[in-house]
Design a protein around this ligand. Structure first.
Ligand SMILES: [Zn+2]
Length: 60
């Protein structure tokens, strides 16, 4: 699965990918910490990100 920051309403063209939700969220958290000065993702954002990732593609 994959997720773009833009799908979360951010002005950012980065795309993160992962084989599992955990991997995807982990990469998103790392990117958020590095590039958005967001050290911790709250559960609401994580849930939203996962839902958007599911909607976005049928990868694998
Ligand atoms: Zn971003």
């Amino acid at each position: 699965m994959e997720l773009r920051c833009a799908d979360l309403g951010l002005q950012c063209s980065t795309k993160v990918t992962g084989d599992t939700e955990e991997e995807l969220v982990g990469k998103l958290a790392q990117h958020a910490a590095d590039d958005h000065d967001v050290p911790v993702l709250n559960q609401t954002l994580i849930d939203y990100a996962v839902s958007r990732a599911h909607a976005g593609g049928e990868g694998r």
